[in-house]
Ligand binder design. Structure first.
Ligand SMILES: [Zn+2]
Ligand SMILES: [Zn+2]
Length: 763
């Protein structure tokens, strides 16, 4: 007879709203243990009592057998004096105190729920809001913590007797599933006409599918906002959607019913399939299959060899895709650059003239959350937008934050980050902080996340750019310590924090634009950096940015200044790019040479723009990064040729962009095709980065390189740089949990603020 013992267990991490208590309950009861389990603001607490062997087994199985959506960060067990408790019980939730419990991300419908959805005998057959403890909405419905029904937008629905019984039964898959509901007691679908009036459709899903098949555009209320849907093979529907949204070229995402359909459109290997079909369900940008049999209208994704695919993630999507019987475009419900509509009261107004009908429901969305976007190519994956399915999952840091931190991010692809103790909470993608609506999402989001995780910032980090709305927001906060963090230092620090590394490293921060410490515009930076500080060890050779933002919109202007830098006496050959823009070419150059509205920039993004314009990819862009994205798509991935890595011989370390441009011009004049030239440019720039890191290693003895900045969304470049560095025996850090673009800046700012705070508090 084994000795009787009692043990207290505390579990921290993603453990609430993921079925952890019923899991503990069934594990304990199966082992014949007594005691209890409950939620509190710190996570899950339990006490178990019984024979020592059974208690040990309980502790051993707790972590490996935890529910699929759970993530255990910390598990502490402590012996107690046995009390002789009998049956195991689930304790009511405790309120008050610190709110360190974690609200989880929204999760795709699970296999069990989908089985019930399709089962005519199940009482939730074809019910669009089916969910359980293993799946369903979370972050987008939570108003308060602890995470319990009255604190969610489901508080508007009173559970029927059968749902309530499931909710109360520890042996049921829906035990304490806060959004539990059924056709008798839960949310309902309604189909509205273009003016927002109910159409009285008996089967709103079937009618929506019929509308789509007729070529109409239907707004569909989702988990974190409204989408606009259209049949993906219908050219006129796709064109209408573009015209009405004022979205000229930026590709639309396509939802396909299943992996089999995805494989008929794109190259989907096993790793890509796992991302597509996982619980997070991001949009995955994948290489298109040449000659794919499934038709997709050209207007869906022009100018690119890839396609953004996603699989259905809500039960409604599953029903809709089944009824529509073919892939649909599912793009954010907004006009142009506005944030996605998510409130019922303004969706119809904001989407007027775009949507021909609205498929809506009466479960409110508490927080606007876009679809996440992942890029995948040949085993390499990069997060482009971190939102639904990821946020607000915390990132565990290597070291503690001495005081709570708010990091305000940058401007484009804005996120913010709240941090305390050993966790950083990076917000969902907010959008470009350029208008009042996005700014409100940003400020409301900070307040909401701060409430959920009980974080009252004492240290506030911000970009150095004085005109960013995020910087201005920080400057207006009272009673906090402000920490300004240089943009590219934040990029490198973000990559360090993403990998739980302290540095120092050689940081390669390549992006479009960031405010430098010398007042010029940086963007092709080689930094020697740790979390606390950095030194600018080198950069791309600066060139003028003629016309400021006009040069960002018009890549041909960058071609003009790069050519002028490469050939002070004029280029040796006739160039189509110059002829296309002859009317303004000389005037723009004269402006650049006189330094009128032409700040100097070392931006890597602008170097890509110059080459894109020279190769005839495009002279003007209509979305951020378009020329560089299309240049990468143009490049022949099989081409191995390169241009000589152009590093300045003496003085500060400079990658000489004009020499790369000259090599491209001469290659083109010699008859090389554009896809070959585009590839050789990528290879040449990658070789220059590798050579520059080699020189810095020789001088400084650092052997680790961190890659960050939006340019590394270019997976062709990333692959060449990483391969070159690893062949040279460097250790390379890349982003894993946050984007390399400005969406990751807030994490880097928070990491720097925390590191400086730790340093300041050291004796
Ligand atoms: Zn489920
Ligand atoms: Zn019910």
């Amino acid at each position: 007879m084994s000795k009787r013992v009692r043990t207290e267990v505390r579990v921290e991490g993603v453990v609430q709203g993921v079925g952890f208590r019923p899991f503990v309950y069934s594990l304990a009861t199966s082992l014949g243990l007594g005691g209890h389990v409950g939620n509190d603001v710190g996570g899950v607490f339990a006490e178990v009592e019984g024979p020592a062997g059974a208690v040990t087994e309980f502790l051993h199985r707790l972590q490996p057998e935890a529910p699929p959506l759970a993530r255990i960060d910390r598990l502490v067990a402590r012996p107690l004096r046995p009390t002789g408790a009998g049956a195991f019980a689930i304790a009511p939730s405790a309120a008050g105190g610190e709110r360190r419990a974690l609200v989880t991300a929204d999760s795709a419908a699970c296999a069990d729920c989908l089985r019930e959805l399709a089962d005519p005998a199940d009482r939730r057959h074809r019910y669009a809001f089916i969910n359980c403890t293993n799946c369903g909405p979370r972050f987008t419905i939570v108003r308060e913590v602890p995470y319990d029904r009255p604190h969610t937008t489901m508080n508007a629905f009173t559970m029927c007797a059968r749902c309530a019984a499931e909710y109360r039964d520890p042996a049921d898959r829906r035990f304490h599933a806060q959004p539990v509901c059924c056709p008798d007691c839960g949310p309902r679908l309604t189909l509205l006409d273009a003016g927002g009036l109910p159409l009285g459709a008996a089967d709103p899903v079937a009618t929506t599918a019929a509308f789509l098949q007729r070529g109409l555009v239907v707004a569909v209320k989702g988990i974190g906002g409204y989408h606009l849907a259209a049949i993906a093979s219908n050219a006129s529907a796709a064109a209408a959607l573009r015209a009405r949204k004022h979205r000229e070229d930026k590709p639309f995402a396509v939802m396909v019913p299943d992996l089999a359909a995805a494989r008929r459109l794109c190259d989907v290997d096993d790793a890509a399939a796992q991302i597509l079909a996982g619980t997070r369900r991001p949009i995955v940008l994948l290489p298109r299959l040449p000659g794919a049999v499934l038709p997709i209208a050209p207007a869906v994704a022009p100018g690119t060899r890839q396609l953004g695919l996603m699989l259905p993630y809500t039960p409604l999507h599953h029903l809709l895709l089944e009824a529509a019987a073919e892939p649909i475009v599912l793009t954010s419900g907004n006009v142009s650059d506005e944030p996605i509509a998510y409130r019922d009261e303004d969706a119809v107004g904001r989407l007027r003239g775009i949507a021909d009908a609205y498929l809506v429901h009466d479960r409110a969305i508490q927080v606007r959350v876009d679809d996440s976007v992942v890029r995948y190519r040949r085993g390499r994956e990069t997060l482009l937008r971190r939102a639904r399915g990821y946020a607000p999952e915390p990132l565990r840091m290597a070291e503690r934050f001495p005081r709570p931190v708010l990091a305000c991010g940058a401007e484009l692809k804005s996120t913010f980050c709240l941090a305390r103790d050993q966790h950083a909470y990076v917000s969902q993608h907010i959008g470009d902080l350029e208008n009042a609506e996005t700014l409100r999402s940003f400020t409301d989001g900070i307040a909401h996340l701060g409430r959920l995780f009980d974080i009252v910032p004492q240290v506030v980090a911000h970009d150095l750019h004085p005109e960013y709305l995020s910087t201005k927001y920080a400057a207006e906060l009272a009673g906090v310590d402000l920490v300004g963090v240089q943009h590219h230092h934040a990029h490198v620090a973000s990559c360090l924090a993403d990998n739980c590394e302290p540095g120092p490293v050689i940081g390669v921060a390549f992006d479009g634009t960031g405010y430098g410490t010398d007042g010029t515009i940086w963007g092709g930076e080689l930094l020697l950096a740790d979390l606390t500080s950095f030194e600018r060890a080198g950069s791309l050779e600066p060139v003028p940015l003629p016309g400021g933002t006009a040069a960002i919109r018009q890549p041909w202007r960058m071609a003009a200044v790069y050519l002028a830098a490469a050939y002070p006496d004029g280029p040796p050959v006739r160039l189509a790019a110059r002829e296309r823009n002859a009317a303004r070419w000389d005037a723009v150059l004269a402006m650049a040479q006189r330094g009128i509205n032409s700040p100097m920039t070392s931006s890597a993004g602008r170097l890509f723009d110059a080459v894109a314009a020279l190769l005839g990819v495009r002279d003007e862009i209509n979305y951020e990064g378009q020329a560089a994205i299309e240049l990468e798509q143009l490049a022949d991935p099989a081409e191995k040729g390169s241009y000589p890595a152009p590093l300045a011989g003496a003085g500060p370390l400079r990658i000489k962009g004009p020499e790369l441009v000259a090599a491209a011009v001469e290659d083109l004049a010699a008859g090389a095709g554009e896809p070959v030239v585009a590839a050789r440019f990528h290879n040449g720039l990658a070789a220059a980065v590798v050579a520059a890191c080699g020189r810095l290693r020789d001088e400084r003895g650092l052997n680790v390189v961190a890659l960050s900045g939006g340019v590394f969304q270019n997976l062709l470049l990333a692959e060449k740089v990483v391969t070159g560095l690893e062949d040279g025996r460097f250790r390379v850090l890349q982003h894993r949990q946050v984007p390399c673009n400005d969406g990751g800046i807030s994490l880097g700012q928070a990491a720097v603020a925390g590191a400086r705070d730790r340093q300041g508090q050291r004796p």
